[in-house]
Design a protein around this ligand. Structure first.
Ligand code: NAD
Length: 275
């Protein structure tokens, strides 16, 4: 939570009808009256999701450990910033439990062969990318069940469906998130709650920009060659994905047209998993 234990609020959000809990508001603002909690919302895909959900009318809890960036995003979209380190279970349990939509997005990468992989780094990645989503869902699902409507979006990865060498913690965590997502789909179905994964290939975000820089150094090649020869090797569509494209897939899974889609993993990967 924000340093002194209280959230940082942006300007009051506009027009959220209090009686919209069961109705499906039509039009562009079909999420008016809904509350969303997005982790890792200060940057990249999480930020794009927070913006897209807010533009569709949701009130957004912007959760991130990056205080200034989280506050900026919250101010921009009329949401509330929660400055939390998701590797701290107590802090995670202090997050609000009133979300109708949860986007489990925060994540980090570490690249090393298994025999050199630091165990504490492995454990940290599981805490942030598996345990925190579990803890957030165990506290927010009762609220969704009470309202008989909920949407859980887990930002997984092609690495939730396939493996790559040197990414043991990340691939393990994403496969675990896939399992959690399916269990929540089964348990949530009688309560109007869907749970799905979105599985991007390489997205143009700081997380990937860092990997490009590191790999360029490690292999002694240019950043452009890292993108073309390493990252896009398996991808049929030869460009990085933009965060907004992933956010639109997440938003679509919250729309009135997708209530029957649950327990699936939606690749947004330019054909990566078609191999
Ligand atoms: P990013 O680095 O731009 O953003 C990640 C955000 O998570 C940051 O704001 C960071 O502060 C936050 N975060 C990290 N650890 C945290 C912690 N302990 N507590 C609180 N916040 C924390 O990354 P991104 O590329 O937008 O990635 C978002 C998600 O998308 C991740 O789960 C990632 O695995 C997944 N993903 C990314 C790509 C890609 O190519 N960028 C591809 C597939 C999946």
């Amino acid at each position: 939570m924000e340093n002194n234990g209280s959230p940082v609020r942006g300007p009051a959000p506009t027009a959220h009808p209090s009686d919209a809990a069961t109705a499906e508001p039509a039009g562009d603002r079909f999420l008016a009256g809904r509350t969303a909690l997005v982790t890792g919302a200060a940057s990249g895909i999480g930020r794009a999701c927070a913006e897209a959900l807010a533009a569709a009318g949701a009130t957004v809890h912007v959760v991130d450990r990056a205080a200034e960036a989280a506050k900026r995003v919250a101010e921009e979209i009329g949401g509330t910033a929660w400055v939390v380190d998701l590797s701290d279970p107590d802090a995670v349990d202090g997050l609000p439990d009133d979300a109708d939509i949860v986007v489990n997005n925060a994540g980090l990468q570490h690249v090393a062969p298994v025999h050199d992989f630091p165990p504490e780094r492995f454990a940290l990645i599981q805490r942030v990318m598996v345990e925190a989503p579990f803890r957030i869902l165990r506290r927010t699902l009762p609220h969704m069940y009470e309202r008989e409507w909920g949407r859980v979006i887990n930002i997984s990865s092609v690495h939730g469906l396939r493996a790559s060498p040197f990414k043991s913690a990340y691939v393990t965590a994403k496969h675990a998130l896939e399992g959690l997502s399916k269990v929540v789909a089964l348990e949530g179905a009688p309560h109007g709650v869907t749970s799905n994964c979105v599985n991007p290939g390489y997205v143009r975000t700081p997380l990937v920009e860092d990997q490009i820089a590191n790999q360029a150094l490690a292999h002694g090649i240019s950043p452009e060659d890292v993108v073309e020869r390493v990252m896009l090797e398996r991808t049929a569509i030869k460009r990085l994905i933009e965060p907004e494209e992933v956010a639109q897939a997440a938003l679509w899974l919250c729309s009135p047209h997708t209530a029957y889609i649950t327990g699936v993993s939606l690749p947004v990967d330019g054909g990566w998993t078609a191999h």
